[in-house]
Write a new protein. Structure first.
Length: 145
């Protein structure tokens, strides 16, 4: 009985450790490894994600990507980027879409779908957790800067 209790405690601590490591991971913005853009400023990222511009600084078309099924990550991203709650961002896009001035970011269902999309789409830009970045991607913006 003691061994079972100890095993449950160890499993719980391992799960807690994993959860904490995921929760503490930082969001970064990534592009395809062959994208000619290496660094973006905060204002350039805001302009891309809020529809002011539809191209990277080099003039190539940009395809911003949002995560669809992870409201926690999406909320964290917009709060970090523009300091607005997700409800306000959604309201903003409702107005902008209605006016026809811009289109909201493309949506992918989860981080895996986002990673696959960016690896296949040279002009895509997306936010992902830094611990998910592979050699097929290039980090162009970090929130800690």
């Amino acid at each position: 009985m003691l061994h079972l209790s100890l095993l449950k405690t160890i499993m719980f601590m391992g799960a807690l450790s994993f959860t904490n490591s995921v929760a503490s991971a930082e969001l970064v913005l990534v592009v395809h490894k062959n994208n000619p853009n290496s660094v973006l400023s905060r204002s350039q990222v805001i302009d891309l994600y809020m529809g002011k511009y539809i191209a990277f600084p080099d003039g190539s078309k940009a395809v911003p990507v949002d995560i669809e099924n992870d409201l926690e990550t999406r909320t964290k991203f917009y709060d970090s980027l523009v300091g607005m709650p997700l409800a306000r961002v959604n309201a903003y896009w409702s107005k902008v879409k209605f006016s026809g001035r811009a289109r909201p970011p493309t949506q992918q269902k989860d981080e895996k779908a986002i990673l696959d999309f960016v690896m296949e789409t040279e002009n895509a830009i997306a936010y992902v957790y830094e611990n998910s970045v592979t050699s097929d991607l290039k980090v162009v913006y970090r929130f800690d800067e």
